[in-house]
Ligand binder design. Sequence first.
Ligand code: ATP
Length: 267
Amino acid sequence: EQMFIDTDLEKPKIAFKDVGGMDAVKEEIALKVIHPMTNPDIYKAFGKKIGGGILLYGPPGCGKTLLARATAGEINANFISVGLNDVLDMWIGSSEKNLHNIFQEARLNAPCVLFFDEVDALGASRSDMRQAAGRFIINQFLDEMDGVKYSNEGVLILGATNCPWYLDAAFRRPGRFDRIIFVQPPDQKAREEILKIQLAEKPVENVDIQSIAKQTQDYSGADLKATIDIAVELKLPESLKQGRVIPITNSDLKNAISKHKATTKEW
Ligand code: ATP
């Protein structure tokens, strides 16, 4: 079968340890999709069906995409990320690339995590054109996900959305996205972990992670990253001027916090 695909196929080098917080979510992903794939015989012996997907939902920037990539990294699988808005555009533009080809690429490259972002794009009412495309693509999606014609063995399907309430109920039937997990904004402990991860390879001096985490309530992981980026920008010019690396301090981070506000409250 001729295929015209340029979806990015990647072998992520990150794993769960690179994602701060989310212990319960990691646990659930392990039980639902990782263990069934690494120990299929044990699951079969207990009559547990393997398959189906997990839908992650929550405010933007809280690590859904990162977690999906890390899931692939955990089990040394390939990773394909697809924005469903792009799939809609492809369909409207009658591009050769379509959902079937994307699923086929994942099957050919199994073990593979197939990650669908913006799943709500298929449910949200937009223009008539996009709605018609949406209906068509939902049906195609469900067909491919059910794996009737082609087996999805070794393909882990993860989805993400900021607006799960727009989702067609058909997606949530058994064998489809039958687990829906809320990825919440990081709490104090999770923010401490995220800050440690994000500062690990940067020059820092006397940074009080606990206090910085306290001052960043309602910050998403992406907000924390943006804040650290600001601190880096504060230190770069000075370092360049002096011709040596001048580390980021606690007050640089406090300064950066005052320049970047939390975004999860808007959700
Ligand atoms: P969106 O809904 O906007 O797609 P998302 O939930 O998928 O957001 P990501 O794209 O995974 O969020 O997160 C953006 C960036 O924020 C990540 O690439 C990472 O740098 C940082 N980040 C977010 N959450 C975490 C986390 N739990 N641990 C470490 N870094 C994080």
